[in-house]
Design a protein around this ligand. Structure first.
Ligand code: CP
Ligand code: NVA
Length: 300
């Protein structure tokens, strides 16, 4: 039987993604009202994190508990993966005992290799190329605050990274516009540009990209694994900081979004991230609710 993985947003048809976001909103409201809903009793989620995580780890673990199941964290350094047990063998072994696996790793290809040999759904908890679970939460946040967000204009300012790639996919799938401004040399991957070209538009400077936008989004200038480039990137990204003067170019009720963790004073000023247009903590909370809907879909 074909296993339904979630490695990018494109792994689910658009209608199912839309239903998933609506379902997440419903689960959020019913959980907040005190309802107990445990469809995943006796189910186990394994989580393999090769990189640090706060939100992804906590939200998946709490999601499994709230749905009646449990989660185990596997630090690759503590498993036989450290001594070189092949991904293919690890995938066969782990998936024979659990009901789903979340993986956070570097190369997207490693995730794909694991998924190929896994007998249970594999979920992308972030790779160098994509962060689809973040987008489920971000789209839930827009749905909650704005209702129908198709047709809106979002602006991505900063590094053309994994989170940017998933926003590009989301813009195509959900039919909104995504303006992108990155410093020269930091554009998104050419293949991701190609597959999303109808939804995205590039700008030479942050101000033009943000002009009249409904949503302004940024992320760290140096992702995990790029720490040695931090100093160089700092000077190249200086004019891409989201501060109050940049936010003033967007529409009056524009939202500010960031997947977190943020480097305050770098890609975003304190006044913006703590300001009234910022929804960053709602995005973080919505990781839980969006992933509950995802786990329910993949594991039920
Ligand atoms: N946004 C996000 O994925 O956060 P963590 O790195 O804390 O999981
Ligand atoms: N782009 C960031 C996202 C962290 C959630 C990174 O990959 O480090």
């Amino acid at each position: 039987m074909l296993v339904q993985h979630f490695l990018t947003l494109d792994d689910l048809p658009p209608e199912q993604l839309q239903q998933l976001i609506d379902r997440a909103l419903h689960l959020k409201q019913s959980t907040c009202a005190g309802a107990i809903y445990e469809p995943l009793k006796n189910k186990t989620l394994a989580m393999i994190f090769s990189k640090s995580s706060t939100r992804t780890r906590v939200s998946f673990e709490v999601a499994m508990r709230q749905l009646g199941g449990g989660a185990i964290i596997l630090n690759p350094g503590d498993t036989q993966m450290r001594r070189g047990e092949p991904i293919e063998d690890s995938a066969r072994v782990i998936s024979s005992m659990v009901d789903s696996v979340v993986i956070r790793t570097d190369a997207h290809q490693q995730l794909q290799r694991f998924a190929e040999y896994s007998s249970v759904p594999v979920i992308n908890g972030l790779t160098d190329d994509y962060h689809p679970c973040q987008l489920l939460a971000d789209l839930l946040t827009l749905r909650e605050l704005r209702g129908d967000f198709s047709g809106c204009t979002a602006a991505w300012v900063g590094d053309g990274n994994n989170v940017c790639h998933s926003w590009m996919n989301a813009a195509r799938i959900f039919n909104f516009k995504l303006n992108i401004a990155t410093p020269a040399g930091y554009a998104p991957n050419a293949s991701v540009i190609k597959s999303n070209k109808q939804a995205i538009k590039f700008f030479d400077d942050a101000q033009s990209a943000v002009d009249n936008a409904d949503v302004v989004i940024t992320d760290t200038w140096a992702s995990m694994g790029q720490e040695d480039q931090k100093d160089r990137r700092l000077s190249q990204f200086e004019s891409y900081r989201v501060d109050q003067s940049l936010m003033a170019m967007a529409s009056d009720d524009a939202l500010f979004m960031h997947c977190l963790p943020a480097y305050r004073g770098m890609e975003v000023s304190d006044s913006v991230i703590d300001g009234k247009q910022s929804v960053v903590f709602l995005e973080a909370e919505n990781r839980l609710h969006a992933q509950k809907a995802l786990l329910e879909l993949l594991l039920s």
